[in-house]
Design a protein. Structure first.
Lengths: 247, 489
């Protein structure tokens, strides 16, 4: 038997006893664990049809019963963006609020303040007028060393989650390869109001169609708590994250 | 329990799940290290407060814990189907899936994959499972240098040390000690390096940057794997994970089979539970998700190694199985009074603390970690904070019972635990015997000082060698009841 067959056979043997499990002297914990399982979940021997996820009840839409936790927030519009801005700032991101009309000026102001002269831009990001005095380098497969030599990177975003102050990139043409938002020391990220959701499960649900793409969830600049559990911002990822919030 | 015999446990002689020192011996030594106790006490107090504050922000925390528990229980019940689904999804997206019965096989597969690229160095994301199987040692034996890139793992590697905490492996080191290690071990370090955490983090950034930018092979573990989509997920803070997962040509991910989750939407639960329980943040700075290979973006060769190494043995124990639900957040060790005093090294396994005390013995077989199920006061703080509601105290008690039972069967001679438990059972089964025993125990008052008995005569000395016994009250409850209410029994 090869390793795959053997491990699968062990798993099936381990689960085989579940049918006759209830009579076994498993102690109080096994009874508690069994009763804690959702009543709707099928035992391992049943429900062979359908994808693996069909047998459990946590996923919204998978089951008639509500999941019990919040899958959708109450906030919309400006209060939603206020929460997003607050949470981004709390984890040391720099936040700039602007409107669609003022958007280009906000990008220019950010780059000027940073002192960035050469910035990488993914091929599909349209900026309303290139900032004066700033050279943009369109990524066409730049090497890590080339990325290390630029002053920063500008990307769009796929989703922003307000409650946690998280921005998700999904490698769409306006966001580019994962490496470009990783190696440069300054990341300027443009988030539009329509991309904001309140809760983590909302963000996950929105990304379901993009699940096969490389996803990068970013919450503030890189950080470590490895020395005496004191948070230090700025390790290997961009040490400055600036978010332009449009809307 | 004879049904469990068909499931091999993690092999001896490889990896970091066992120690020759029993917990009481190692703990006694650790308790003598005042610096260690100060470092761990300060760090766990900090993280406890952070966790409590971000958990309190969520009105649906208990519902999330229940959902996490249910998703894990569901994954375990359909583990074979989840893994086959994961495999086919990863393969459909250009990844290669390998299966490993145990640590030796996983090391052999991984070492072979690295060797095939011709690379002599790899960069590693912090990973519990690769430490569990001793991958770095296996790579070194094949002439391949593994660079740990997580700051704490780097401190451990440079300090020729062992990790003592799941989340913060160098929790036992303070900033002054870390500065000394960097000054001693980093070739190009600035001799004027201070012990300011910012300066220490900057030193690590400079030390690792060239290695990241030139690495050809990255090795990681996985926090989650989604069967439905074939997506792997790594949660981190520093960006070292993103570097290792993005820049090399080849990525090898070693994952315990219990890490699989059935469906994509499960991430909406676990990406709330893990960061808040672990670092006490609303969200960790970086989470990477990838599915197979993406042309033009990231590693173009992806290998997933699925590891058993004793996990199916744990799965076969219907009470112990819930230890496989663990998402390695470390909240249980941060609240554990035993961990806080003894530290992680005393547990002798890469998995320390309360969760380690139920994982390690199940992976190795109880006999090889027989003292760990007893390394707890059963206070229950661990179960209260566990984000997936693992009932750690009940599993500890269950494993103690299994230990006594297995020792009885194999040695054919009762252990001290069995004798004392059998005696207690005999005494407590009969009201008269119980009353008599309580009266005689009152004699123990003579030995007690300050309400505690520190040393009882043999054979009860086995109890007081590790713990005090309370001084019995002057009058037993049964005596008091009879005096107050008359003898109604």
């Amino acid at each position: 038997m090869n390793a795959r067959e053997e491990v699968l056979a062990r798993i099936r043997a381990a689960l085989d006893d579940d049918g006759q499990a209830n009579g076994h002297p498993g102690g109080a914990a096994s009874a508690a664990a069994a009763s804690a399982a959702p009543a709707s979940a099928a035992p391992a021997s049943a429900g062979q049809a359908g994808p693996a996820g069909a047998a459990h009840g946590t996923a919204p839409g998978c089951d008639d019963s509500a999941p019990g936790y919040r899958t959708r927030g109450d906030l919309t519009g400006v209060p939603l963006l206020d929460l997003l801005a607050d949470r981004l700032t709390d984890y040391r991101a720099v936040v700039r609020r602007t409107t669609e009309a003022e958007f280009g000026a906000a990008v220019s102001a950010a780059l000027k303040q940073r002192g960035a002269r050469r910035v990488v831009v993914p091929p599909g990001l349209s900026l309303p007028g290139l900032p004066a005095g700033v050279e943009t380098v369109i990524d066409d497969g730049l090497s890590p060393q080339e990325l290390d030599a630029v002053d920063g990177v500008i990307t769009g975003a796929a989703v922003a989650i307000a409650e946690t102050g998280t921005i998700v990139l999904d490698a769409s043409p306006d966001q580019g390869r994962r490496a470009i938002s990783l190696v440069p020391d300054y990341h300027l990220c443009i988030v539009h109001a329509a991309q904001a959701v309140e809760e983590v499960p909302e963000g996950v649900a929105r990304l379901a169609a993009r699940a096969h793409c490389p996803l990068t969830w970013i919450s503030g600049p890189s950080a470590t708590s490895d020395i005496e559990l004191r948070r230090v911002e700025g390790v290997h990822g961009p040490r400055t994250l600036e978010v332009i919030l449009v809307g | 329990m004879t049904t469990f015999l068909g499931f091999p446990t993690a092999p001896r002689g490889v990896g970091h799940l066992r120690t020759v020192r029993p917990f009481p011996v190692a703990a006694r030594q650790a308790l003598g290290d005042a610096q260690l106790r100060r470092n761990i006490g300060a760090a766990t107090a900090t993280i406890r407060a952070k966790r409590a504050s971000v958990v309190a922000e969520l009105p649906d925390w208990e519902a999330l814990r229940s959902a996490g528990q249910a998703a894990k229980a569901s994954a375990m019940r359909s583990l074979d189907r989840c893994l086959v689904e994961l495999e086919s999804q990863v393969q459909a997206r250009g990844g290669t899936v390998h299966w490993a019965r145990d640590a030796e096989e996983a090391n052999r597969i991984t070492t072979g994959l690295v060797a095939a690229t011709g690379a002599r160095e790899v960069v590693k994301v912090k990973s519990m499972v690769t430490d569990e199987i001793g991958l770095n040692e296996a790579l070194a034996a094949a002439g391949i240098t593994a660079h740990e890139t997580d700051l704490a793992e780097l401190i451990i590697q440079l300090g020729h040390d062992r990790p003592s905490h799941i989340l913060v492996p160098a929790i036992h080191r303070n900033r002054a000690e870390i500065r000394e290690i960097f000054l001693h071990e980093m070739a190009d370090v600035d001799p004027a390096l201070t012990d300011d955490p910012h300066a220490l983090a900057e030193a690590a950034r400079l030390y690792l940057r060239r290695r990241f930018l030139t690495a050809r092979v990255g090795i990681s573990g996985a926090n989650f794997a989604i069967a439905e989509t074939g997506t792997l997920c790594v949660v981190e803070s520093e960006g070292n994970g993103r570097m290792c997962l993005t820049l090399p040509d080849t990525l090898i991910t070693v994952m315990g089979i219990e890490k699989v989750l059935p469906s994509w939407n499960d991430l909406g639960v676990f990406l709330q539970l893990l960061p808040r329980s672990s670092t006490g943040e609303r969200m960790n700075p970086y989470t990477s998700m990838w599915t197979g290979v993406t042309p033009g973006d990231g590693p173009q060769q992806f290998h997933l190694v699925l590891l058993d190494n004793g996990r199916t043995a744990a799965l076969a124990d219907q009470t112990g199985r819930q230890a496989l639900h663990c998402i390695r957040c470390s909240a249980c060790m941060n609240v554990c009074p035993v961990y806080e005093r003894a530290g992680g090294h005393a547990y002798g396994s890469v998995y320390p603390g309360p969760i380690g005390a139920i994982i390690s013995p199940q992976l190795t077989g109880i006999e090889d970690n027989a003292t760990l199920p007893y390394a707890s006061s059963l206070c229950g703080a661990c179960a209260d904070v566990c984000p997936v509601k693992i009932d750690i105290p009940s599993v500890l008690v269950h494993l103690r019972a299994r230990h006594v039972e297995e020792a009885r069967r194999t040695r054919r001679r009762p252990s001290a635990e069995a004798v004392s438990l059998a005696a207690a059972s005999w005494v407590m089964a009969d009201p008269r015997r119980y009353t008599a025993a309580l009266r005689s125990a009152r004699m123990g008052r003579a030995l007690g000082r300050g309400g505690r008995i520190r040393l009882l005569p043999p054979p009860l000395s086995r109890w007081t060698s590790a713990r005090d016994a309370p001084v019995p009250p002057a009058k037993t409850f049964r005596d008091w009841w009879r005096d107050e209410h008359g003898d109604t029994s």
